[in-house]
Design a protein around this ligand. Structure first.
Ligand SMILES: Cc1ncc(C[n+]2csc(CCOP(=O)(O)OP(=O)(O)O)c2C)c(N)n1
Ligand SMILES: [Mg+2]
Length: 655
């Protein structure tokens, strides 16, 4: 006898309520409410092979409503993934269990992305769908032909990033993206009519989406809606009307079940109501068989794909791309050498473009873009034609003024694999996409942020556009490599380091203003040390000037002026504090000796520089907002010139 579909769905409900009860923490409402929809999706539609979680042509599934993590854990286990095991689920939310409070892509192979910050899962899914179309255009239907599915809640659709993400998806015509909206009209504070009266479906339609609605507890209706979505060429939103916590007789359809254990009495009442007699964490054999046999259907599809991959002339290149291995970079290597012969005096945003011209020619994986600042961020190269609905083979995305949407989409592309995304905006607007940068770092994704106009050096646009606290605050983010190169050679070196970082994002802080060449030797990537001695003291060393980016020029002039007075001064260029921190203690001590006055020079907040200068050092920077004026006037006004710095150094030396 085949087991009823309802029993398959109830297994998700039971595991979710029991795991949350055992942890005495978690969110049972969403998994119980969406259990029926998830069951139809996984047992009938999703293309996947639980025995090969990373199969490149699998459908991607993103649980954007990440608080409903038990939905993912229950489903993956029931479908037959090796992990989570039932023991993992028993340890839901406990230290070292891969069943973390919110799904984490680094914990379970079946979890495509870390979610929890509402809205971002959906926005990452847009990037995954872009990646699918792009790789399809390059490698064809035989190798790349899959969909991206999202389960999103009211919260995901309310967040501002939702607007950016669906605008991009609608414009790009990403018809293989299907969002299943848990339309339960409940959020934490209560019913959604407390805070919204928006016609969400109308908003999606206005953005170029196809919309459907279904009863999220009626298997046939769910199927009908999904079939309609599959048949439509536009991205689809399916409003699945559900009851949050469905099955819990006294708590369903109320915000109380959103994020609290049901309690022993209600767990018992739910078992009764569902007719679920199995003990906690025990799945009846016929239910497990029902799940496993339905979810085994992907194995033969996977095998057929594998055969196509082996026979495909582009198979090896496709596998390289998906593995994230870089090809040789002859154009870039030649470019680096050319800098020795002709040291350019250009802004680092320009030297970034020059490096990118070579890199995008060498590395087809690179897909660039900008949030409407292409001409300012210098992110577009000859090798990268526009990516749009008429040409998904293009490698340059006009993201529009959607910094957060861009960053989240880049995360999605990186998570999908096969693509190495980079995107630009002004550094000051890193705040607009900061939580997506954070998710790049948490998810260990290779995304490169090209952030130009990195200081008061941008000049006349004034304090709203002049980053002050940004570089230092971004350095505080774990697993984000922040680079602030000083000239064309350092910029090229930092690009090479960023691309070599397989397990995390990088951010390049680049100048608007022209900067002289300070490096004339490319035999070693000195930026890889994070900081290095750019100039050694001539006279007996009394001072070490440590600077980054555009202030390296200022440090060199300051050193020259000090040497003229017989005071020996080293100059240390520090393009990356993170890479410097990783050097051996002896290297760091040699560079920043305790017997010299150490002076930091950076056109940003001084907070944090004491780590390198000591409390008895001198920190030269800007601990206030900037001002609107030409850059040179601002450098003088804020005391970031050799003329202003030398007297401060002399004064400190005399004390
Ligand atoms: C950006 C962000 N803001 C706030 C939260 C905290 N939070 C988690 S779930 C939730 C309510 C979400 O409501 P809904 O998506 O309808 O989920 P449901 O209650 O239906 O499960 C909130 C505010 C969050 N996770 N992310
Ligand atoms: Mg809700």
């Amino acid at each position: 006898m085949t087991v009823e579909k309802q029993q398959l769905a109830n297994a998700i409900r039971a595991l979710s309520m029991d795991a949350v009860q055992a942890a005495n923490s978690g969110h049972p409402g969403m998994p119980m409410g969406m259990a029926d929809v998830a069951t139809v999706l996984f047992t009938e539609f999703l293309k996947f092979d639980p025995k090969a979680p990373k199969w490149a042509d699998r459908d991607r599934f993103v649980l954007s409503a990440g608080h409903g993590s038990m939905l993912a854990y229950a489903t993956l286990h029931l479908a037959g993934y090796a992990r989570p095991s039932m023991d993992d689920i028993r340890n839901f939310r406990q230290l070292h269990s891969p069943c973390a409070g919110h799904p984490e892509n680094t914990e379970l192979e079946g979890v495509e992305s870390t979610t929890g910050p509402l809205g971002q899962g959906l926005a990452m899914a847009v990037g995954m769908a872009m990646a699918e179309r792009h790789l399809n255009a390059e490698f064809g239907d035989g190798l790349v032909d899959h969909r991206t599915w999202v389960i999103a809640g009211d919260g995901c659709l309310m967040e501002g990033i939702n607007h950016e993400a669906i605008g991009l998806a609608g414009h790009l015509g990403l018809g293989r993206l299907i969002v299943l909206w848990d339309d339960n009209r409940i959020t934490i504070d209560g019913r959604t009519d407390l805070s919204t009266s928006e016609d969400i479906a109308a908003r999606y339609r206005a953005t170029g989406w196809h919309t459907e609605a279904c009863d999220g507890h009626d298997f046939a209706d769910i199927r009908r809606a999904i079939d309609a979505a599959l048949a439509d060429g536009r991205p689809s939103l399916i409003a699945c009307r559900t009851l949050i916590g469905k099955g819990a007789p006294n708590k369903q359809d109320s915000s109380g079940i959103h994020g609290s254990p049901l309690g022993a009495d209600e767990v018992a009442a739910t078992r009764e109501a569902l007719g679920w007699t199995a003990e906690p964490f025990d799945i009846p054999a016929d239910v497990l068989d029902g799940w496993r046999s339905a979810c085994g259907r992907g194995a033969s599809v996977h095998a057929a794909w594998q055969a196509r991959l082996s026979a495909d002339a582009k198979g090896a290149e496709f596998s390289r791309r998906m593995a994230g291995d870089l090809p040789a970079t002859p154009a870039f290597d030649a470019y680096l050498q050319s800098l020795v012969a002709n040291p350019p005096k250009v802004a680092t945003r320009k030297s970034s473009e020059m490096a990118l011209e070579a890199l995008t020619a060498d590395i087809p994986d690179l897909v660039g873009g900008s949030a409407d600042l292409t001409g300012s961020n210098n992110t577009k190269t000859k090798a990268t034609a526009p990516f749009n609905r008429n040409d998904y083979a293009g490698r340059y995305v006009y993201y529009g003024i959607r910094e957060f949407g861009m960053a989240a989409a880049m995360n999605g592309m990186a998570l999908h694999g096969g693509i190495l995304p980079y995107g630009g905006t002004f550094l000051v607007f890193s705040d607009y996409c900061r939580n997506a940068i954070r998710l790049s770092a948490i998810q260990h994704q290779r995304v490169v942020y090209v952030m130009t106009h990195d200081s008061i050096g941008l000049g006349e646009d004034g304090p709203t556009h002049q980053p002050v606290e940004h570089v230092m605050s971004l350095r505080a983010m774990p697993n984000l490599a922040v680079f602030r190169p000083a000239d064309a050679v350092e910029t090229a070196e930092c690009w090479a380091l960023a691309l070599a970082r397989k397990d995390g994002p990088s951010l390049l802080a680049l100048s608007r203003q022209n900067l002289p060449a300070v490096r004339f030797d490319v035999s070693e990537n000195l930026s890889a040390k994070g900081g290095y001695r750019l100039k050694a003291a001539g006279a007996a060393r009394k001072v070490v000037l440590v600077a980054t980016g555009s202030e390296v020029e200022v440090a060199l002039k300051t050193a020259e002026a000090l040497e003229a007075k017989g005071i020996g001064a080293d100059v240390v260029s520090m393009p990356s504090t993170e890479y410097f921190d990783a050097q051996p203690a002896s290297y760091k001590a040699d560079l920043l000796p305790r017997d010299a006055l150490i002076v930091s020079i950076e056109a940003g907040v001084t907070m944090g520089w004491e780590r390198y200068t000591g409390l008895d050092g001198l920190n030269i920077g800007i601990d206030r907002f900037g001002a609107s004026a030409p850059a040179e006037a601002l450098y003088d006004y804020f005391g970031l010139t050799a003329e202003k710095i030398v007297p401060r150094v002399l004064e400190r030396l005399s004390n």
